[in-house]
Design a binder for this molecule. Sequence first.
Ligand code: ZN
Length: 103
Amino acid sequence: MRQLTQAFLEVEEKLISLLEEVRSLMPYVQSLEDENLRLKRESCALPEKETERVIANAARIEGVAHDNLVRLYKDGFHVCHLYFGQPMEAGACLFCAGFLRRE
Ligand SMILES: [Zn+2]
């Protein structure tokens, strides 16, 4: 095979595999976007009684040492102000993760 043809075929192969890789990321990107939308909706429209609950959670969190919060989170429980102490259904929570990073 001629050199240029060979080079062209190699580039084409690389592009195809790159495209496959990008496509495989698509569901992940979509789920992140869905999650982002849901979180935006939640944080914009927090009803008043929810706010009270969140403030109470914040007080409870203050009473718990950071290591215990990390352990609680790793055990699958929320440590964020929104859902403190509740089991995590999605396996991870952006609020919790953000909160633990800040601590
Ligand atoms: Zn959480």
